[in-house]
Design a protein around this ligand. Sequence first.
Ligand code: ZN
Length: 112
Amino acid sequence: MEKQVNCHLCGAKAELKFEDVSLVNGRVLIKDSPYFHCIKCGKDFSTSEQMKELSGLISSQSGNFSFQRKIINAGRSLAITFPADIVEAYSLKKGAKIKLIPENNWTITLKV
Ligand SMILES: [Zn+2]
């Protein structure tokens, strides 16, 4: 991994830093996630390589973090309820639209 890059805003040198990233109300914690901090303008940014690495880490750690919900009846349809933590973390509201994406025979992705 590159140790030093130039700031894409001002062109000054940016240094490599690490911070803990906390997601979903701290339930998913990514330790020492790398990013760059511009010494001159103070801008923080990540390279696409760092972003890719982070999203890989998030999906692998989120795998250990899931909720089991029972399917309930809602009129003539079936429904599932959202845990309060998820409602809060994603700012879900009644009437908000959510996309259901069938991935395969055992996975459906919800997109907020
Ligand atoms: Zn800068």
